[in-house]
Design a protein around this ligand. Structure first.
Ligand code: DGT
Ligand code: CA
Ligand code: CA
Length: 595
């Protein structure tokens, strides 16, 4: 993929580490400024922060260099605002080039946070607000929060600053990486709307990995149907967010958006639409597989149609193309050459799970803990999203608040109609695999969702044992985001997932397919393995706010890519079927189930 800007090296805010040369007053001032920035991000005492800023200014105004004085053992002149403690730090920096306090602050703050300082428009004060307000620690998280419109709501920010920060942060990130489907899709759908506005455009659709709903996408591919005279590519490059034009012809264009995303647009005649859509949807491997299928029947398949000699058999619609090859239409999520062509040939394509099959969501948060909305708001939003039940699984570290919430849920259920809240928790799986809340409390819940949030770096053996032990727990229902990966930020846990899946099977535990765009956890092939092992998958939004139920469709797409059918997904069950399943699979849960 094309880059708009060369990725910047992670910045090191001016450090005065140059021991071989004399340390200048400016170098010392720069270290003090850096310390002030770090203290500010760390939300330290404002007077302490100010002391370092004032000292930096004082140092810059001096006419005599301090380091040579210190080297000669002379005492420092009395300087306004510089007491014993700061004077000692000046000596330390003058002789070592750095300061232990600065190193300590840098090592205790998340490393990404310090790098945020290099983003234009972001000073320590704003970083502090983003960090403490939204938990933003990295440029990637900044981009995602901005794209989702969360930053404008932080006091002192607003829409314009949000857009500016997004653009600056994206420039700083290497753009040659794959981005989460859920981040790119909304942008791509807006472009589709824009292209459809042009008179003469008959259709515009996503193609490529976006249409196949891969969890990450390399770029945005769009196919447009229009008569040859329609100037589609000229319309595209007039879009306000286009920053660079890589290719522009009559029938194709590639551009880069301000966000760094590349967009490839192809324009085809309506008569060729179906064949072109098959071709540009891919995957490349699927295209190769169906071309082979064509050849075996003495046919030729390309982006213009299916041909027998000179005669064109099909091309206007996808259905006609597949039909001409003797195949039923294959849904884009399956087009990866993972057996879909053989299954289509033998009439054994799966009847894939659909969004409308979901009856509930088993992982969601409220403002009682980390979420943004109340129990009732979440319940009503889930109902709006077409669900019949919602498990509240706040992340409580102490029993008191959970017990209080249990009573609130009972009271709310007594008055809600058409939606039932289930009582759950997202309980910590501790380092040794025990659960972070006492059994007596877990016993009162309808379900227990276990998750790893700490100790990501155990050895493979330890990490696997930890998860197996957690699943041994009599009340354990569901392992949330099993891989703990964050796209572009945190690699999957180092563990033996097949062993975890087999253990889940043996114990009757379920695994989550977490639909948060940056998680998408498990991968499609892993869900497929879980299905083979008869482990039920729960497609959950992990909603932090009412709008997040919209993420469920990404989870469903990933499940479809895993060939999952309705029966393979736990939360397609009716409430009563779910309850008997929960009661049956977890030993001793029966007295806790029921509202
Ligand atoms: P991505 O962008 O890395 O997420 O993945 P795709 O699948 O969107 O790949 P992309 O954008 O390079 O190409 C879009 C589609 O165009 C691809 O899925 C299939 C088709 N295509 C591209 N290059 C070739 C090719 O060399 N041969 C064939 N048969 N199809 C291709
Ligand atoms: Ca693509
Ligand atoms: Ca492409």
């Amino acid at each position: 993929m094309k880059l708009t800007a060369a990725p910047q090296a992670p910045s090191t805010p001016t450090s005065a580490v140059k021991r071989s040369q004399a340390v200048s007053n400016e170098d010392i001032a720069a270290v003090f400024d850096d310390i002030a920035d770090l203290l500010e991000i760390d939300d330290a005492n404002p007077f302490r922060i100010r002391a370092y800023r004032v000292a930096a200014r004082t140092l810059r105004a001096l006419t005599v260099e301090l380091a040579p004085l210190i080297a000669r053992g002379e005492t420092l002149p009395k300087l306004p605002g510089i007491g014993v403690d700061l004077a000692a730090k000046i000596s330390e920096i003058a002789s070592t080039g750095d300061c232990a306090l600065r190193q300590r602050l840098r090592s205790t703050l998340p490393p990404g946070l310090v790098e945020l300082l290099s983003i234009a428009g972001l000073g320590p004060k704003r970083i502090k607000h983003l960090y403490h307000g939204l938990g933003i620690e990295t440029a990637q998280q900044l981009c995602e929060a901005a794209e989702q419109g969360h930053i404008r709501h932080v006091p002192g920010f607003g829409e314009r600053l949000e857009a500016r920060l997004l653009s600056a942060a994206q420039k700083g990130l290497g753009k040659d990486r794959r981005l989460p489907l859920g981040v790119v899709e909304p942008v791509a759908l807006q472009l589709i709307e824009y292209l459809r506005q042009l008179p003469g455009v008959e259709d515009a659709r996503l193609a490529g990995s976006l249409r196949r709903m891969r969890d990450t996408v390399g770029d945005i591919d769009i196919l447009v149907a229009a008569a040859p005279a329609v100037v589609v590519t000229a319309h595209l490059i007039r879009h306000p967010e286009v920053s660079t034009i890589l290719v522009k012809g009559r029938t194709r264009a590639s551009v880069v958006l301000d966000s760094g995303l590349q967009v490839d647009v192809r324009v085809v005649k309506p008569a060729d639409w179906g064949a072109a859509l098959v071709y540009f949807t891919g995957s490349k491997a699927h295209n190769i597989a169906i071309r082979k299928q064509a050849r075996e029947q003495g046919l030729k398949l390309n982006e213009y149609g299916v041909f027998k000699g000179q005669e064109r058999l099909a091309g206007a619609t996808e259905v006609s193309v597949y039909q001409a090859l003797g195949l039923p239409w294959i849904t884009p999520e399956l087009r990866e050459d993972r057996g879909e062509v053989a299954a289509a040939l033998s009439g054994r394509l799966p009847k894939l799970v659909e969004v409308s099959d979901l009856k509930g969501d088993l992982h969601a948060h409220t403002c009682d803990a980390d979420g943004a909305n109340t129990l009732e708001q979440m319940a009503l939003a889930a109902q709006q999203a077409g669900l019949e039940y919602l498990a509240i699984t706040d992340h409580f570290l102490d029993s008191e608040r959970l017990l209080k919430q249990i009573d609130q849920i009972d009271a709310l259920n007594a008055r809600l109609r058409g939606i039932t809240l289930l009582k759950g928790v997202e309980v910590e799986i501790l380092e040794d695999g025990s659960l972070g809340l006492p059994d007596a409390v877990l016993a009162r819940l309808d379900l227990v969702v276990g998750a790893v949030h700490t100790h990501f770096n155990l050895t493979l053996r330890q990490q696997t044992q930890r998860l197996l032990r957690a699943m041994d727990h009599r009340y354990f229902t569901l392992l949330a985001h099993p891989l703990c990966r964050l796209i572009n930020q945190r690699a999957p846990l180092n563990m033996d997932l097949s062993a975890v899946i087999r253990a889940a099977s043996a114990r009757g535990c379920c695994l989550e397919l977490n639909a948060q765009p940056q998680r998408m956890d498990l991968f499609d092939l892993q869900c497929q393995y879980a299905k083979d092992q008869h482990v039920l998958i729960s497609i959950n939004s992990d909603a932090q706010r009412t709008a997040d139920f919209a993420y469920l469709r990404y989870g469903v797409a990933q499940a479809r890519r895993a060939w999952l059918e309705k029966g393979d997904v736990l939360n397609t069950r009716s409430l009563s079927a779910l309850k008997s399943l929960l009661a049956a699979t977890a030993g001793g849960r029966s007295q806790g189930a029921g509202n």
